[in-house]
Ligand binder design. Structure first.
Ligand SMILES: Cc1cc2nc3c(=O)[nH]c(=O)nc-3n(C[C@H](O)[C@H](O)[C@H](O)COP(=O)(O)O)c2cc1C
Length: 228
């Protein structure tokens, strides 16, 4: 069957926004510095498939340096209740000196981001990197692979990388678990903090029934899930 492209009558404009951050969950990445102190960095470029997570992160960040050296981190997911603490971490870097690209944006060096944001580091079970006790979700993770962004335009243009992380232990606060099944997160209870175009949001209420929800969640289990 031949498909015809419709002449477009909507009011879409060709646009050239500086950023394309359409709304993703905030993650606080906990890592260990070379002197065994902790670093903590807010990011919002993250998604999960099975027990793997892909993060997008500045190549010249303390977090990237720490993950590449230690091969591990903890992905701590704040809820809307931690927005104020997350905002206290903005424009701070564990890197000293502050990388050139960050100086222009107003970043300053902060060696103790936990104290600065009044957050509490907690011990992990598998990795040495810190959990953030105030966050309802802690995902202990091991580094698996790295992929540079924009490398096809020349190595000197690499500013960000994606990193594949394997989740090796999951800690969930009681308050977000399903009453029927302690291995399920209840999406009515979980209120992720969302960053959309540099602003903090929460999710609204459920908007439609979901056919996908008829698939039993246990069908998504993988060998990674069983090992964690
Ligand atoms: C809410 C929020 C979301 C952010 N998202 C990202 C991101 O997805 N990737 C990234 O590289 N930086 C992101 N940043 C900026 C980092 O926090 C910044 O690069 C910081 O320097 C990282 O800390 P570090 O240098 O100590 O590792 C975000 C900052 C905030 C406040």
């Amino acid at each position: 069957m031949k498909c015809f492209v419709k002449k477009h009558k909507h009011m879409h404009q060709v646009s050239n926004p500086s950023i394309l951050y359409f709304g993703t969950p905030v993650v606080l990445v906990g890592t260990t510095n070379s002197d065994n102190t902790f670093n903590l960095a807010p990011i919002s470029s993250a998604f999960w498939l099975g027990y793997r997570c892909m993060i997008g992160i500045a190549a010249h960040s303390k977090t990237t340096e720490n993950i590449l050296r230690t091969r591990e981190c903890v992905l701590n997911l704040p809820s809307v209740n931690q927005a104020e603490a997350v905002d206290k971490l903005a424009l701070l870097t564990g890197s000293n000196p502050v990388p050139a690209g960050k100086v222009a944006k107003g970043y300053v060096h902060e060696p103790d981001k936990f104290s600065r944001a009044k957050l509490t580091p907690g011990e992990s079970e598998i990795v040495k990197a810190p959990r953030v006790l105030e966050c309802p979700v802690h995902l202990e993770a091991q580094f698996v692979g790295i992929h540079p962004f924009a490398a096809e335009t020349g190595i000197e243009n690499i500013r960000s990388v994606t990193m594949e992380l394997k989740i090796v232990r999951v800690h969930l606060d009681d308050s977000i678990l399903s009453d029927q099944n302690r291995d399920h997160v209840d999406p009515e209870k979980w209120k992720p903090l969302i960053m959309s175009f540099q602003q903090f949001y929460g999710l609204g209420s459920r908007v439609h029934s979901s056919k996908l929800a008829s698939v039993p969640q246990k069908l998504y289990r993988t060998p990674d899930t069983e090992r964690a």
